[in-house]
Design a protein around this ligand. Structure first.
Ligand code: S3P
Length: 174
């Protein structure tokens, strides 16, 4: 699918946009493995993201993200990597793989989360989604960074995971 089969695909985008779910559909379509940065951080620290934020603070979590980014760059090839919404600030993100930005507008993202059968849990596990106005500001401040990093930008609002994954495959093959 990719010109270089050993290159990772790195999915970036705001919280709740569907990076992890897209990564799994993409894995199914391509035969590549999908890894999730937040899952790696939770297994590495044997702790939940929510608890890391609560007990050690956001900076401790960001430092775990940087450590994970270094580990990924050194050890992982040919995989699909879904990231947390703030992973874009790790210094080596461009060295991990081809960056694909999943874009949606803030209101559609929130609507998507609120309409999910597990909405309450999805919101509860995300410390930076507790205050919607603060989350909107965070989205606005990150948007130019997502766009600047993106080698490919895919619009995902109201589109099926399958269609999104197909478009990623198509655009990577170009
Ligand atoms: C964060 C996004 C979360 C998780 C953490 C911080 C962020 O991941 O990494 O709560 O800073 O945007 P998702 O993007 O998967 O929700």
């Amino acid at each position: 699918m990719c010109a270089d089969k050993n290159k990772n695909i790195v999915l970036i985008g705001f919280m709740g946009v569907g990076k992890g779910r897209t990564a799994r559909v993409l894995a199914e379509k391509t035969g590549m493995y999908a890894l999730d940065c937040d899952d790696l951080i939770e297994s590495f620290s044997n702790n939940k993201i929510k608890r890391i934020f609560r007990d050690e603070g956001e900076q401790a979590f960001r430092s775990l993200e940087r450590k994970t980014a270094v580990w990924l760059e050194k050890n992982v090839t040919g995989s699909i990597i879904s990231t947390g919404g703030g992973f874009i600030n790790v210094p080596n993100i461009r060295d991990i793989g081809t960056i694909v930005y999943l874009h949606s507008d803030f209101d559609s993202i929130i609507k998507g989360i609120e309409n999910h059968p597990n909405a309450e849990k999805k919101i509860r596990k995300r410390p930076l989604l507790q205050n919607l106005e603060a989350a909107r500001k965070l989205f606005e401040s990150r948007l130019p960074i997502y766009r600047d990093l993106a080698e490919i930008e895919i619009y995902v609002a109201e589109r099926s995971l399958n269609r999104v994954a197909e478009e990623i495959v198509e655009r990577l093959a170009r």
